[in-house]
Design a protein around this ligand. Structure first.
Ligand SMILES: [Zn+2]
Length: 112
């Protein structure tokens, strides 16, 4: 299964945490994190407001945290959980080779 960032809806992140949609969303997030992300064994970084992606926990713990505390503010792009397909704008260096032809007139004519 291939995931793309645009397939992951996050509207639920702003919904009340006791609502069904939010809970479904959390499951969705966990699926995403364990499928696309890079879990260390059974653990992933906990993106809840308390752990702030610093602590690592198992799925059921993170589920509880996300229901209890919610996501850390501003974590709308799950960069720690697989959503690292940020389009890198690589500015290709345009090598403007300026060939400056310097004509050095080294001849000095001395009039005597
Ligand atoms: Zn947590």
């Amino acid at each position: 299964m291939t995931w793309f960032a645009q397939d992951v809806s996050k509207y639920w992140m702003d919904l009340p945490r006791y609502g069904k949609e939010y809970i479904n969303g959390v499951q969705c997030f966990l699926d995403f994190a364990y499928t696309v992300g890079d879990p260390q064994g059974e653990e992933i970084q906990c993106p809840c407001a308390k752990c702030c992606n610093i602590r690592w926990y198992r799925r059921n713990v993170i589920y509880d945290h996300l229901i209890c505390y919610g996501f850390v503010k501003g974590y709308t792009r799950w960069i720690n959980h697989g959503e690292w397909d940020i389009v890198m704008k690589v500015d290709s260096d345009k090598d403007d080779e300026v060939n400056s032809n310097v004509n050095i007139d080294g001849k000095s004519v001395t009039a005597s």
